[in-house]
Design a protein. Structure first.
Length: 414
């Protein structure tokens, strides 16, 4: 039986419960992993206020250092690396409320030398579009007030499921070298799964050259770039599709919009508007069936590092996206001795809610572990859904199980 999959399924945390129930109904329901097969120049963007355009034309000339004690500044300009004089590395993080992971992120950013700010803290969360609205507000304000220079390197990352492990100076250095210095386009984290719409995977493949790694599809939870181009891209995403007469709604899916915008430009023959960090030089998405990294103590950094075993890169940001990503991140908090190394304790954070399976630094009980390990079964099912979508078939295993009273035939399992 081949029918449409639930379109919003990928973004719903209760998938862990659904998959656990499915696993109990049919423990042998295993699917063979199907190898996944991830993007880029100036596009039409929404107008930027004149005051910001003037700042862009002035660049860094005569700019004084922002008054942040936590900022890490590049001290010299180098023709070899393309680094600008006096750069400040910024972290803008979306978080409408404090959670334990957000506190850890804020502390890490300060210790690693970034200028950090939460976006949307204590404001109403309407939907994933809220993230774009808040980033636009923060970037406009920073550029207008001079606390962010148009060419400053900026990380825009989710506040509840990201870990920052590379220093501000490392980020500045990477942004000054190829491939990140080749042009001014922003970069997004790359992942294997093309969600929320698996049917866009083949279309994205057609407009974006194969990068040679599995992480070829853009993930909206992590973006890097120079401040002004990042703002221009955010403006374009919020302008909505087509002629922009219908702005992107704040309750819309930001990742869906990100994929749409790529296809709008690419399928009409225009250069695509952003790039994907498919080598994981800056971002490592953790949404995987099994680890694609190994833990290393480089001896010269605050925290242990993850090395991508395929590309050899040491990413700066870890993104615990998806169900398995959250599980892997919950383990890494412990394996990296993260809290102690940033000067926090489990007890200090205990009064706050947490986003992961368990509070950072703590050990899951047997029931929690069993429930979350079931999400790896879900990941294999999602891989299969995406493989079907590549050949134009919509496949919904949840409906199959429900309609057959929890019984699945051997042929359907295959």
């Amino acid at each position: 039986m081949l029918k449409r999959f639930p379109r919003r399924h990928l973004g719903i945390p209760c998938c862990a419960l659904v998959c656990s129930a499915l696993y109990r109904l049919k423990p042998g329901l295993l699917f063979q992993a199907v190898p996944a097969r991830t993007m880029v120049t100036t596009a039409a963007v929404a107008p930027i206020p004149l005051s910001l355009q003037r700042r862009r034309s002035l660049g860094l000339a005569g700019r004084s250092a922002p008054g942040s004690t936590g900022s890490k500044r590049g001290l010299t300009a180098s023709a070899a690396t393309g680094q600008r004089v006096g750069e400040t590395a910024h972290v803008l993080s979306i978080a409408t409320e404090y959670r334990q992971e957000a506190v850890i992120l804020q502390r890490s950013a300060k210790l690693l030398g970034y200028k950090f700010q939460f976006c949307g803290l204590r404001e109403k969360w309407i939907g994933w579009g809220t993230k774009l609205v808040q980033y636009r507000r923060a970037l406009r304000r920073g550029l207008e007030q001079g606390s962010i220079a148009p060419t400053d390197p900026v990380l825009c990352i989710d506040g509840w499921d990201c870990a920052l492990i590379g220093s501000a100076q490392e980020f500045i250095d990477k942004m000054a070298l190829p491939p990140f210095s080749d042009n001014e386009k922003p970069w997004f984290a790359g992942e294997r799964i093309c969600g929320p719409d698996f049917f866009k995977a083949s279309r994205i493949d057609a407009v974006y050259d194969d990068p040679g790694t599995p992480w070829r599809y853009p993930n909206a939870g992590c973006m890097a770039g120079r401040a002004m181009p990042v703002l221009q891209l955010v403006e374009a995403l919020l302008a909505g599709s087509g002629d922009g007469s219908e702005p992107f709604p704040e309750d819309g899916n930001d990742q869906g919009r990100l994929h749409e915008y790529l296809l709008e430009l690419g399928e009409r023959g225009d250069p695509v508007p952003y790039l994907v960090d498919s080598r994981c030089g800056i971002f490592q998405c953790l949404y995987e069936a099994e680890p694609q990294w190994r833990l290393e103590d480089t001896g010269d950094s605050l925290l242990p590092r993850l090395r991508n075993v395929v590309t050899g890169e040491l990413p700066i940001v870890l993104h615990g996206n998806g169900h398995t990503g959250r599980w892997f991140l919950s383990n890494l908090w412990r394996e990296m001795d993260f809290l102690r190394k940033v000067g926090l304790t489990v007890e200090e954070l205990a009064h706050l809610p947490h986003d992961g399976p368990v509070a950072p630094g703590t050990v899951p009980d047997e029931a929690t572990e069993k429930n979350w390990l079931a999400t790896f079964q879900l990941y294999r099912i999602i891989e299969t859904q995406m493989a079907y979508a590549r050949v134009g078939v919509e496949w919904d295993p949840w409906k199959i199980v429900a309609e057959q009273g929890g019984k699945v035939s051997g042929e359907e399992t295959r």
